[in-house]
Design a protein around this ligand. Structure first.
Ligand code: HGY
Ligand code: MN
Ligand code: MN
Length: 410
């Protein structure tokens, strides 16, 4: 049983990391290509080293800490998550898993001796979607899924993802070396905040994740015509904003279809974005999620129909480009059993539930079997400043992770 001070270490690390945020931004914003994110990696590096990990940065900008096991023939056990945030995000989505993983290694080292199996702790670069339209940058690279085309994606300033990656310590010319050879990893475990309210409503401290929803994301461009807001009659307008409003409501309708998914338009940009000009162009990003691959595929087709038809009724031309399409990920049965046993070993009876949030585990599933543990999120809130998990809840998750790692690697 961890003593109070070890129990407080993870939370203290989380609060230290939370101090490294973008000035003037709401919540605890630390976006992947910000200067503050780059600076925050120094703290993560230091925490990994002080826990006894040998730290390196790979060409994708992932921080990888290694604790060598006694049997070098065994594939490594991988722990990790991410430390970048959404704009206006909280302090726990991602960092909770990285700090708990570092604590696991501290406690293994404090017990003395070395684990049988090598353990890696990974802070994956850029799990959250970014201005290049792609999420899970670092874990995609590890899985060999970060393509040359991805690296040439540009943000609004015309900067490429490759340039942005280089600016935060990555080496895009060597991105292929970030991909792990077959057999590197035996399993991947990720502790994460639930970002929903099911644990809190069930008054449980832990959940073992059964599956991770697939996420399809598309950029929709709506080309209307700029006109004078005063002199243009209402029936002669090609208003891109109104077309975007119709498309957004259609996306909501698709999300409600059959009760098996969710859908969101979270980003909308207007041009010229002037109060006295009929909107010429609207660019929105729509995403939808489901644990059902068929539902996702059907929604792809329905969305394309919406984009072709709804704007046309307004003389607006719509087009759609897929940004990413991740299919649902099943967590490995044998690892779920280890997590269930580990939770019970520390006196918790976990829920078993699917994750509607995406995670680096989705990309890691192409590398090795994956499983996830959730700890509660107060009020189910996340991706907002109100995101919160109690220190005691973080400690329960950490102890369950220690128990699981002990089973798998010690
Ligand atoms: O969007 C997600 O589901 C994750 O929190 N990045
Ligand atoms: Mn997130
Ligand atoms: Mn996350």
């Amino acid at each position: 049983m961890a003593s109070s001070e070890t129990g407080g270490r993870v939370f203290a690390d989380l609060m230290r990391l939370a101090e490294v945020v973008e000035p003037g931004q709401p919540g605890w914003t630390r976006r992947v290509f910000s200067a503050e994110y780059l600076r925050s990696r120094e703290l993560v590096w230091e925490l990994m080293e002080s826990a006894g990990l040998e730290v390196r940065r790979d060409p994708a900008g992932n921080l990888i800490g290694t604790l060598e096991g006694t049997d070098a023939q065994l594939p490594a056990l991988i722990l990790g998550s991410h430390t970048d945030t959404v704009a206006g995000g909280g302090r726990f989505d991602g960092p909770c898993g990285v700090m708990a993983a570092i604590e696991v290694v501290r406690r293994i080292n404090e017990r003395g001796g070395r684990p049988r199996r090598t353990i890696w702790v990974v802070d994956f670069l850029g799990e959250e979607p970014n201005d290049f339209g792609i999420s899970c940058v670092g874990s995609r690279a590890v899985a060999g899924h970060l393509s040359p085309e991805h690296l040439q994606l540009t943000d609004r300033s015309g900067r490429t993802l490759a340039e942005a990656l280089a600016a935060v310590g990555g080496d895009p010319d060597r991105i292929g070396e970030a991909c792990w050879p077959e057999g590197t990893a035996s399993a991947y475990l990720e502790l994460h905040v639930e970002q929903g309210s099911r644990l809190e409503e069930a008054a449980r401290g832990l959940a073992v994740v059964t599956a991770i929803a697939g996420i399809h994301r598309a950029e929709i461009r709506l080309e209307g015509r700029a006109d004078h807001a005063g002199t243009t009659p209402m029936d002669r307008r090609s208003d891109a904003l109104l077309a975007a409003a119709e498309v957004s409501l259609e996306v909501e309708r698709l999300g409600r279809r059959e009760g098996r998914g969710v859908a969101t338009v979270g980003r909308l940009e207007l041009e010229p974005n002037s109060p006295n000009v009929v909107a010429e162009r609207a660019v929105l990003i729509a995403e939808y999620r489901s644990g059902d691959a068929v539902w996702l595929a059907t929604t792809d087709d329905l969305l394309q129909e919406v984009v072709e038809n709804a704007p046309a009724r307004r003389g607006v031309r719509g087009s759609l480009a897929w940004l990413s399409r991740e299919e649902p990920t099943i967590c490995a049965e044998e690892l779920r059993s280890v997590l269930l046993e580990s939770a019970r070993e520390i006196g918790e009876e976990p829920l078993e539930l699917p994750s509607w949030a995406g995670h680096d585990a989705v990309q890691m599933a192409a590398v090795c079997p994956v499983a996830m543990l959730f700890v509660p999120s107060r009020g189910g809130r996340s991706h907002c400043p109100e995101e919160w998990t109690d220190p005691e809840q973080v400690e329960v998750g950490t102890r369950a992770l220690v128990a699981a790692v002990t089973r798998l690697a010690v």
